[in-house]
Design a protein around this ligand. Structure first.
Ligand code: LIP
Length: 270
């Protein structure tokens, strides 16, 4: 049975997403083994999975199965449930896995709920910042209990721009070419290692803009909604939604020239 999107459903999905993100975030923060190692690799030797990624996804999917057994689930570490309710959960159990592996603080738990393909709830939990970012479609974005709003668009040359790089050397070489062109054209570049947090940093004005090629839905689903509800525009190539090809987020007035420059630089292809 599919369900319509009403206030009751949005409130339920938000409560579940917050509960799951808080539980997973506390688990990851408080039980990280001192000798944490690599449990497996994916697209390359530096695309790693730890036991904690797997355990975090198991914790989240177990809670979702208890609370909403008819929902679909898509998780970075293999969770895949078709579902029958029309609601799909999109999960990154640790976004910023390499940071987590090295003991760097910039990592997060990202949980989004989609109804018939549209993201209606997004939560990003950043335990080492003691910050929870959240948004419900049409109801604004928040960091903890404070409203989140993007920074007013600066001139292009004054923009602090976040980005990231893929796990395959060939893609990284191409991404390096793109960022080499941008570095002298903007205020500065930041590469912090968690797309979900980067999108939330745009939402809270800590970054003027963010772009990256090669993300998956679990990296951006929650942060995209949070950024949009905070006043950002998001997308991919001009006229296209954000996707694995390219993710761009910035306030109006900066989004357009950045998207155009990335198109000129071919940031959407390897
Ligand atoms: C990471 C992204 C980051 C990107 C990394 C990696 P993961 O996700 O959040 O923006 O630059 O290459 O994809 O793998 O830690 O979930």
């Amino acid at each position: 049975m599919t369900t319509t999107v009403n206030d009751e459903l949005k409130a339920e999905l938000l409560e579940i997403a917050l509960d799951a993100a808080h539980r997973a975030g506390a688990f990851l923060r408080d039980t990280r083994p001192d000798d944490l190692g690599v449990a497996a690799t994916k697209s390359s030797a530096v695309d790693v999975v730890t036991e904690m990624d797997i355990a975090s996804e198991k914790l989240i999917t177990g809670l979702l199965a208890d609370r909403r057994p008819d929902d679909g689930v898509l998780g970075e570490e293999g969770a895949s449930v078709e579902g029958s309710s029309g609601v799909q959960w999109v999960i990154d159990p640790i976004d910023g896995t390499v940071n987590y592996l090295y003991g760097l603080p910039n990592w997060s738990v990202s949980i989004a709920a989609r109804k018939d393909g549209e993201t209606i709830v997004g939560v990003v939990q950043a335990p080492m910042r003691a910050e929870t970012y959240r948004a419900v479609l049409g109801e604004g974005a928040y960091v903890n209990d404070r409203p989140a709003r993007v920074r007013p668009a600066p001139a292009f040359g004054m923009a602090l721009v976040g980005t990231g790089f893929g796990y395959r050397a060939e893609r990284r070489a191409r991404q390096a070419e793109v960022v080499a062109h941008l570095i002298p054209e903007v205020r500065d570049i930041r590469r912090a290692g968690s797309a979900a947090i980067d999108l939330c940093d745009v939402a809270t004005g800590r970054l003027d803009a963010y772009y990256e090629r090669g993300l998956n839905a679990w990296d951006y689903a929650a942060g995209d909604l949070i950024a949009r509800e905070a006043g950002a525009l998001t997308g991919g190539r001009p006229g296209e939604p954000l996707s694995t090809d390219l993710t761009v987020a910035a306030p109006p007035g900066l989004f357009e020239p950045l998207q155009a420059r990335l198109e000129e630089l071919g940031a959407w292809h390897d």
